[in-house]
Ligand binder design. Structure first.
Ligand code: PHE
Length: 364
């Protein structure tokens, strides 16, 4: 819409003004009908640079002789009010016809948003963590790329200790120039965060650590180089092996059902002494024997033990309250993938890492 410049008014007597302004009022009405929509109308009349009102003000108001300014200004304001009113009406009309124009067929099915599903691993991890939260544990985490110190040395695996071999560690390249304890690797267990937690706070500690771990394992139906653990650590004064047994026994019943029993076997970990492996009675067959428990009635689920004095010594430099003569504690670690597979009847661990929506959709 081009803006025709307004001719000068010429005279400022009431008659001329009457004529000029009523012509403008008519023009407002016609353009409200002629222009397609409120926005064009607004531009035509109220546009800041080329709007008619601006041109009008330039040509008539500013040029008016001093004695006519008041009356021209008044008319100018009236016209402006009329324009704004018309614009408002146009806008409301637009809204109303937009509503009417959109015909709604209420018999059509709705558009269902595609719902995501919580990954079975994350759900299992969350459920298990919650069991411990209800017992007063808090949740901690740590880095997956770790130093040799946190993954091994502080946990009482000295350099060259044969127990390191059982962990099939993936190490980062180009670390040879660093001192051994600073070399980086992918953490092989969440026990690293035991050390990090104790370094950052004095006892008492009750913490669970869910997280991803890595080992140089060949993939097959039950092994994956990436898997998940939940670590637990409880440190205070007078924490005993009976507390460890009671805690795990309760946690297993809370997670798998009240009929589940636990049993403890001697085992070995460098960072616990004594150490134990824990089995639960098969939650699927009640211990009578089935495919899931390989007909033994029992399922091995976790490793645990009393925190080794050397572990306390490793953190006592930073937190002197971890004096092995004064504090005691227990730790445990379980594999989440195995628990999730058991719980949901998944036979191939690879499915948990495949990112296949057809697999994940089943857990909605
Ligand atoms: N970190 C051990 C593992 O990965 C499990 C464990 C944790 C054992 C805590 C004892 C105490 O095998």
């Amino acid at each position: 819409m081009d803006a025709d410049p307004l001719p000068p008014l010429g005279a400022y007597d009431p008659e001329t003004l009457d004529q000029a302004f009523s012509a403008l009022r008519e023009e407002v009405e016609t353009s409200a009908r002629a222009l397609a929509g409120p926005e064009l109308f607004r531009l035509r009349w109220l546009g800041r640079k080329q709007g008619r009102l601006k041109l009008l003000s330039d040509a008539w108001l500013k040029e008016a002789p001093p004695e006519a300014r008041r009356t021209v200004g008044q008319r100018f304001n009236e016209l402006k009010a009329a324009i704004e009113q018309t614009l408002h009406a146009l806008e409301q009309q637009g809204d109303a016809s937009a509503l009417l124009g959109e015909s709604i067929d209420i018999s059509l099915p709705g558009t269902a948003p595609r719902l995501g599903a919580e990954h079975p691993l994350m759900r299992t991890m969350q459920d298990m963590v919650q069991v411990f939260e209800r017992m007063g544990y808090s949740v901690a985490s740590g880095p997956e790329v770790e130093t040799d110190f946190y993954n091994f040395e502080a946990l009482n695996f000295p350099p060259g200790h044969p127990a390191r071999d059982t962990q099939d560690t993936l190490v980062l390249a180009n670390q040879e120039r660093k001192p051994a304890r600073e070399r980086l690797l992918m953490r092989t267990h969440t026990s690293t965060v035991q050390i990090r937690t104790m370094e950052s706070q004095p006892p008492p500690v009750r913490v669970v650590i869910p997280g991803k771990v890595h080992r140089n394992d060949e993939s097959d139906a039950t092994h994956s180089p990436v898997f998940h653990q939940i670590e637990g650590l409880c440190v205070g004064t007078d924490i005993t092996f009976a507390d460890l047994k009671g805690t795990l026994d309760h946690a297993m019943r809370a997670f798998f059902g009240p009929a589940v029993r636990t049993r403890f076997f001697p085992s070995f970990f460098p960072f616990t002494e004594p150490s134990a492996d824990v089995q639960i009675s098969c939650p699927f067959c009640g211990g009578r024997g089935c495919r899931k428990c390989k007909h033994s009635g029992w399922i091995e689920l976790l490793g645990c033990g009393m925190v080794h004095p050397e572990v306390f010594r490793a953190v006592a430099g930073k937190q002197p309250a971890y004096d092995p003569a004064r504090v005691s504690g227990f730790a445990f670690g379980m594999g989440v993938d195995r628990i999730a597979m058991m719980k949901y009847g998944i036979t191939d661990i690879g499915l948990l890492y495949s990112g296949d929506a057809r697999f994940l959709e089943q857990f909605r």
